[in-house]
Design a binder for this molecule. Structure first.
Ligand SMILES: [Zn+2]
Length: 425
């Protein structure tokens, strides 16, 4: 994609044309709010962050900085799995140290204190990413982090975990684990309801997310609500969200839920995106982490933690992987294949497959409603995961199940089984 011409040059715009939206661990996002612009209108700019002591390194290398890897990964890998209509536009643009520094200064008053103490915009970068602004404009938008959409393939589960994992989804077990440790979690929300495609169950999932959002004062990971490009808190909902829901006179926040539900339900039940995401998660995680760990032990013949010494896949490897997955492996049932018969190449395939499954377990969807553009549902945060995370995931998987089983045995957790609507497909 062309980087030529001033129309693609954000440094030719005013800093005040960009308004801070939000930030995650790795990037900060600003929305274009300036005069109508051929490239930047309805767009955000995403800039990389770095720890405070590393953000000001001088980059003397004369070579052209490569485009942000998220662009190539989406264009060459994810785009083969998710229809383009459900992906944001991503484009690489040049930036300068001076411009990034001014942008950083402009954001200070809006940044969360905890983030400010840890990191800031990486001034050594010379490129940033322009993406579709999915939360700006005149309407409202909801970001949902749906998480794990399926119950695992029982073929590779141990006798200690099988019953728990076949009756309780990973998210529900994890919520209980988090609550026991004093962390915030959307307790009661079950992703299998959201992914079921059935109106009643999707509504139930939305209600649980809404209740947690209200109860935790908007501080939950799984639901965020934006009005006019800004993240809102429950206390702002009656003033800002109620008129957009056609409930301008509402006096109780929970009275807004039926209208909220009614606006989102058609998008969530009619879209193909959620069933595509669920299918990808399920078929990419064909062995469960337990099967993958056993395969690793068989092939390595030692006790080294899962993934030790392996390099992260290159972009070429990812492209080859996704083509092989689509051609031969998507939807294949591995239940009858003994782990002992699998080669090291197959193990590499399953490790990449697990990493990619995690990308889809960890991504978010943004629903835009009633704004100046058509309603839409878009998947975001689809970056590749790193191999060095595998061992932690393995430990976490064991911890979550063990803690869940303990809570059940002690009698303080009583829950209905989670129902996987897609398990027979
Ligand atoms: Zn569940």
């Amino acid at each position: 994609m062309s980087l030529e011409g001033t129309s693609h040059d954000p440094t030719k715009t005013e800093i005040s044309d960009w308004s801070y939206v939000s930030e995650g661990g790795a990037t900060m996002v600003f929305s274009y709010v300036g005069a109508p612009h051929p490239v930047f209108s309805h767009s955000v700019i995403r800039v990389r962050k770095a720890p405070l002591n590393k953000r000001d390194l001088i980059n003397d290398i004369d070579e052209e900085e490569p485009d942000d890897p998220s662009i190539a990964f989406q264009n060459e890998v994810t785009a083969l799995l998710i229809p383009a209509i459900h992906l944001p536009r991503l484009e690489s643009v040049h930036v300068t140290r001076e411009w990034l520094n001014e942008l950083s200064i402009s954001a200070q008053s809006k940044r969360p204190e905890l983030r400010k103490a840890a990191d800031d915009i990486d001034l050594s970068r010379r490129k940033a990413v322009i993406a579709t602004d999915l939360v700006g404009g005149k309407g409202w938008a909801v970001e949902i982090k749906p998480k794990w959409a399926f119950l695992p393939n029982p073929a590779y589960l141990s006798s200690e975990t099988r019953e728990s994992k076949m009756n309780n989804c990973r998210f529900c077990m994890h919520s209980i684990h988090k609550t026991a440790g004093g962390e915030t979690a959307a307790v009661g929300y079950c992703p299998l309801d959201l992914f079921s495609g059935e109106e009643g169950r999707v509504s139930k999932a939305l209600l649980c997310l809404w209740r947690s959002w209200v109860e935790k004062d908007g501080n939950i990971n799984n639901l965020k609500i934006f009005v006019g490009g800004s993240l809102i808190k429950p206390e702002q909902a009656l003033r800002q969200l109620a008129p957009l829901l056609g409930q301008p006179d509402a006096t109780d926040i929970n009275a807004l839920f039926p209208a909220f539900n009614q606006k989102l339900l058609p998008l969530l039940t009619q879209t193909k995106l959620l069933s595509i995401m669920a299918g990808l998660q399920r078929t990419l995680d064909a062995l469960d982490l337990e099967g993958l760990s056993r395969l690793w032990k068989i092939r390595q013949g030692g006790e080294s933690p899962l993934g030790t010494g392996l390099t992260n896949p290159s972009m070429e490897e990812w492209v080859a992987f996704v083509k092989e997955y689509i051609a031969t492996n998507q939807g294949r049932d591995y239940s009858a294949v003994p782990l002992e018969s699998m080669s090291s190449e197959q193990m590499r395939f399953f490790i990449m497959s697990y990493l990619m499954s995690t990308t889809f377990k960890d991504c978010s969807v943004i629903l835009r409603v009633g704004s100046d553009v058509p309603n839409s549902i878009t998947a975001i945060d689809l970056d590749p995961k790193q191999i060095d995370r595998l061992h932690n995931w393995e430990l976490q998987d064991r911890d979550i199940v063990a803690n869940f089983q303990e809570s059940v045995a002690e009698g303080w957790v009583k829950k209905d089984p989670c129902v996987d609507a897609g398990s027979s497909q």
